[in-house]
Design a protein around this ligand. Structure first.
Ligand code: C2R
Length: 184
């Protein structure tokens, strides 16, 4: 995975580190996906998303940001994301998961929410927090936990593939592999 777990947590880190890699692997370049998560305790699940982005060769950055604990930094990130060249933001959070909703309120980029488990309510709390957004502020909410983290990576790639034929081919290839029985 990329190295979201070191250095300043609130400083986005350029991605493209392969699974387990601490540096560069796969496609390098300016990040087009920002992967945010509420706590370092989310990293074991978030890495599933990063691995999928890596597989597709999508440049990303990853960082811990919390609407609860770092509201100003979260707002600044969301406000500046489009201008910095990001095209999709993925937010993973557990418990009262306000991170994706707050980010979505401050950007016109598509926001994908990954509800994470680990609380006494096992992710249902995070799921409801994300999926029940009021009209006008969508958060594209995926499944709870690891499957959702993987799907967030796939969905981000599919959004980017709308204007990237080479990436679209890589997504098609994944579909073929899934049809052949491979698991993501
Ligand atoms: P700790 O393990 O740090 O106590 O965090 C995190 O995503 C994590 O799953 C527990 C859980 O709190 C979540 N968290 C949020 C937000 N910030 C942290 N949901 C937020 O701003 O939405």
């Amino acid at each position: 995975m990329a190295k979201p777990a070191s250095g300043s947590r609130e400083t986005p880190r350029a991605g493209a580190g392969g699974a387990g890699a601490r540096g560069q692997a796969g496609k390098r370049g300016k990040p087009v996906v920002g992967v945010l998560y509420g706590s370092t305790s989310d990293e074991p699940v978030i890495k599933e998303c990063l691995q999928v982005l890596e597989r597709f060769g999508v440049p990303y950055e990853a960082a811990v940001l919390s609407a609860h604990r770092m509201p100003e930094k979260t707002a600044a990130y969301a406000r500046g994301a489009r201008k910095r060249g990001l095209r999709v933001i993925v937010c993973g959070a557990g418990m009262a998961a306000h991170l994706p909703g707050v980010v979505a309120s401050l950007t016109t980029l598509p926001v994908i929410g990954i509800p994470l488990c680990g609380s006494a309510l096992e992710g249902v709390d995070a799921l409801f927090s994300m999926v029940q957004m009021p009209a006008g502020v969508p958060v594209a909410t995926v499944a709870v936990g690891k499957a959702g983290a993987k799907n967030a990576g796939v969905l981000a790639a599919q959004i980017l593939a709308l204007s990237d034929p080479a990436l679209a081919r890589r997504v098609e290839e994944l579909k073929s592999r899934l049809e052949g029985g491979e698991k993501l």
